[in-house]
Ligand binder design. Structure first.
Ligand code: ADP
Ligand code: ZN
Ligand code: ZN
Length: 743
């Protein structure tokens, strides 16, 4: 059987689909691997060029007699591109997506405007010759040429932009004159640098003994032949960021570069400045607000050795650093580290794989580690590093759990419990600040009838419509819009409305209760743009307000030393999201919210309001006791065989025909029948949380198994089956492993 290699010649984002097939000669069969750079004959002349192997297959794409052979493996084929291609191949195997989707995820976008070029026009003619030419243009009424040449005679070097702009000369005219050797165009590459002119300050901080110990442990581990992934479990304010920076400094001394992943929402000016002050201009950032060109520039700078540190959200993981030191993942439990589009990769797992390929070390950090990370640390797979105290022995806040049912029974109809009101009053008198945190997970401004419970849904998607400020109801899945209803379509009752116990409504209620308080609100409406977000945070930091009300967004980022009270308005809302991570998410949110109190000199208090005061996630969060939560949660995960104890794969079948989707899901289940393995647990086929999107019906099957390999093997089997079943041609299949947010 012959072996063929699919090869990409031009490794840029747009050309990734364009592969060429070559035969693998006998003597390279054993050594050739995906990702390797090879030399191949190209075109009719058989010119020798380099390419990258992205796939190996036994199936020829065209007449085997006409397929040319690979000449040889490129000797310096250990470049960063090779590593990223290998990583893409791993992502394809692990998460199930096409090689192309995976390559597009790991290879930076080379955009037309990617590299900012300054173009300068230079006059190439002697002045006398130029003046003759000018007369010639005038005679022939080439007015644009005349304008340009006249300007060049006056000023022999002109900016391209000035010529096309102010002089209003088109680029084709410039090209003509270039071809006629009247002028030349000089191209000067300039890279956009998002941070400029920053001065570096030497760090004044000396690590405390606990931080020093953490750094030492990670350094020791780094010297091992097979260093482990490290997990720093440290409460907020225990000085994790200082530890990260110390490690990065180590790497720099060894000539290595590091990547710091931070959830986008926590990527605030304050955080980023700490890195700039320490490492100066050799730090860069990525964020989702950058254009493709700006992102590409930053990747180029990284590749060219201009940077030591890249900070950014999930996608920064693919920064093409030539010598990888550390990959640090801060707030590693955050769900934003999991991609919601194909390939549905998790940045943590992918970082570990990248480090394995390129010789880096992954350091995870969190006050509330993901259950699966702590599980791996406990089992010895990761190195566990504890930072158990806040820097400068600041105490954790005192927490109170308030039962909202008791408030109602006591005729308190306010959204603020009596205790919270009392404590807020104290703060106002003392000139201290309060943060009110609204847990909005699993509830997004839906409209329901208070008489009969009817919820207004999208006619195309199985989701509730969300009320918007402009009086419209909108579907977030397909964009469908309709005016707000005045009476219940089901029972006619007028008591129907936005169940938007949203931040806006809360602001009104709080203002009514505390008429003299200065209140700031932070939610999607007030933070449409990045500046809005930063503006509100800094206004609050400057104590321009007494109370800040917000959603998840206020949990991250800034330190507010004058905040001594945090109120969590409905801690248990995130318990109703209906997936196995609900308790974990609740614990994380409440712990992080409460942890915002008392980060300055004054001690803090937190009030956690809930309808489920006994729930272990709430109790453990109030006690700021991660281990207590972890143990309870693991008991439940073990019992129900959820990750990290077992692995879970979700297969989603989607089709415009409900019957087809169902039949496909049934057939998928049928594929496992022969396995007769008691270790395989099946749920479904069933409807996912959202059963219909844009008139496409969805069915899911959940597979639980104690190992990962069986599930990936099953996935390949399902893929092959679907490909070979003409009846299911219109059914689309997607997979997700150990899901975070589900389909
Ligand atoms: P974390 O990342 O765990 O939340 P940080 O690294 O942000 O913690 O530290 C919290 C605060 O304590 C920051 O303002 C930081 O500058 C300060 N800090 C950290 N380590 C020290 C230290 N060893 N000495 C003095 N201040 C420190
Ligand atoms: Zn009704
Ligand atoms: Zn819809």
């Amino acid at each position: 059987m012959k072996l063929y290699a699919n090869i990409i010649i031009d490794i840029s984002h747009e050309k990734l689909d364009k592969t060429f097939q070559y035969e693998v000669p006998e003597h390279l069969r054993d050594s050739l691997r995906i990702g390797m750079s090879v030399v191949v004959p190209f075109g009719n002349g058989g010119r020798r060029i380099k390419g990258y192997v992205i796939e190996l297959t036994e199936e020829p794409e065209f007449d085997p007699a006409r397929i040319k052979e690979i000449i040889k493996i490129d000797a310096d084929g250990t470049r960063i591109e090779s590593q990223l291609i290998v990583l893409a191949a791993w992502m394809r195997r692990t998460y199930g997506a096409t090689m192309n989707q995976c390559l597009k995820t790991v290879i930076p976008i080379k955009h037309k405007t990617a590299v900012k070029e300054r173009k300068i026009l230079h006059l190439q003619l002697e002045e006398s010759v130029a003046r003759e030419q000018l007369l010639e243009y005038k005679r022939k009424r080439y007015t644009a040429r005349e304008r340009l040449l006249a300007a060049l005679i006056e000023n022999p070097a002109l900016e391209y932009e000035v010529v096309t702009g102010k002089l209003n000369v088109s680029s084709s005219v410039i090209r003509t004159l270039e071809e006629q050797c009247v002028l030349t165009v000089e191209r000067v590459r300039t890279y956009r640098n998002p941070v400029q002119g920053l001065t570096r300050k030497e760090p004044k901080i000396t690590l405390n003994p606990m931080q020093q110990q953490a750094v030492e442990a990670i350094r020791q581990n780094a010297k091992m032949p097979e260093p482990k992934t490290c997990l720093i479990h440290g409460v907020t304010g225990s000085g994790k960021t200082e530890v990260y920076m110390e490690l990065i400094a180590d790497a720099i001394r060894e000539g290595k570069q590091s990547i710091v992943l931070i959830p986008e929402i926590a990527l605030t000016y304050q955080t980023v400045m700490r890195f700039y002050h320490r490492f100066g201009e050799r730090v860069s950032i990525l964020n989702s607000k950058m254009s493709a060109g700006e992102r590409y520039d930053q990747f180029e700078r990284a590749k060219n050795g201009e940077l030591d540190v890249m900070i950014g959200p999930r996608s920064a993981l693919f920064t093409p650093f030539p010598r990888l030191g550390y990959i640090i993942i801060d707030e590693e439990h955050e769900s934003s580290y999991k991609s919601e589009t194909m390939p549905r990769y998790h940045a943590r797992e992918t970082a570990i794989e990248r480090a394995k390929l390129s010789g880096g070390i992954v350091v995870l950090g969190s006050a509330t580690p993901a259950v699966e990370s702590y599980y791996r640390a406990e089992s010895g797979e990761y190195l566990l590093v504890e930072l158990s105290q806040r820097v400068r022995e600041k105490l954790l806040p005192t927490c109170y759990i308030e039962d909202l049912r008791k408030e109602l029974a006591a005729h308190n109809y306010s959204i603020l419990s009596r205790r919270l009101q009392g404590l807020m009053e104290e703060r106002l008198l003392r000139g201290e600040q309060t943060m009110l945190f609204l847990n909005r997970r699993g509830m997004s401004g839906f409209v329901s009838c208070r008489s009969c419970g009817y919820v207004v849904k999208c006619p195309h998607c199985d989701v509730s419509l969300s009320a918007h400020n402009n009086g419209m109801l909108k579907c977030h899945y397909c964009g469908y819009e309709q005016p707000m209803v005045k009476t219940c379509p089901s029972c006619g009752s007028p008591y129907i409305g936005g169940f938007k116990a949203g931040t806006q409504k809360i602001e009104l209620m709080v203002q009514k209760r505390f008429p003299n308080a200065r209140i700031l609100r932070m939610d999607m409406d007030t933070t449409r743009n990045k500046e809005g977000y930063e503006k509100i945070l800094s206004a609050f930091a400057n104590q321009e307000a007494d109370i800040l009300i917000g959603t998840q967004m206020i949990v991250k980022g800034h330190d507010f030393p004058n905040v001594t009270l945090v109120g969590v308005l409905a801690a248990d809302l995130s318990l109703y999201t209906g997936d196995y991570r609900a308790a974990e998410r609740t614990f994380q949110l409440v712990t992080q919210a409460a942890g915002r109190a008392g980060r300055g000199e004054k001690p803090g208090e937190a009030v956690i309001q809930t309808y489920q005061p006994e729930h272990y996630s709430v109790v453990a969060a109030a006690a700021q006791d991660y281990i207590a939560f972890y143990e309870q949660e693991m008991m439940y995960r073990k019992m129900l065989r959820y990750p990290p104890v077992w692995n879970m794969m979700v297969a989603l079948a989607a089709s415009s025909s409900e019957e087809c989707a169902k039949a496909a899901a049934e057939a998928i289940v049928g594929l496992t029948e022969k396995d007769a393995d008691e270790k395989l647990l099946l749920i479904g086929p069933t409807e996912p949380a959202v059963a219909k999107v844009s008139d496409i019906y969805r069915q899911v099957v959940y597979f639980k198994y104690d190992g990962y390999e069986y599930l990936t093997e099953l996935r390949s089997r399902i893929e092959a089956f679907m490909e070979n079943s003409p009846v299911f041609r219109d059914v689309m299949i997607q997979f997700d492993f150990n899901p975070m947010n589900g389909f």
